[in-house]
Design a binder for this molecule. Sequence first.
Ligand code: 4NP
Length: 158
Amino acid sequence: MIRPSVLFVCLGNICRSPLAEGAFRAASAELGLDADIDSAGTGDWHLGRPPDPRAQAVALKNGIDISGLRARLVTPQDFIRFEQIVALDLSNLSDLQAMRPATAVGSLSLLLDHLEGREGEPVVDPYYGTDAAFDTAWAEISAATRALAASIVQSCNG
Ligand code: 4NP
């Protein structure tokens, strides 16, 4: 079986996609799913930086340490390495569609497409928001990444 591979992409790679990477890693570990997991951004303002302290705090509050992650840009090679590239909002999705090379193998989706009843919706950027915005982003991201991990496990077993 091919090892599943999932890349989460937002704008800065310091708030939403590191939360998605951390939550999906935890969900995969719980489900015994061995996958290649990473996150990246479409913007280059924070390259090499750890996640925003508010993102680190909300993850830690929920038992997940994302302090070791570092921001990087999404690259054309990512479209070859990852079978699933998952955008956090519609602007990230359209940026990814625009840079998707003809040789790309994987699929592009929106994170909340994987959460029943929330298809087509964005995870709103909490960067300019309050701590409550980070709690909301976390709730959506953890529910959707759990659902995504479960559906990958199901398709591996099916
Ligand atoms: P993220 O949030 O895309 O969830 O990492 C942002 C982080 C930084 C900026 C925008 C969004 N920024 O403009 O610097």
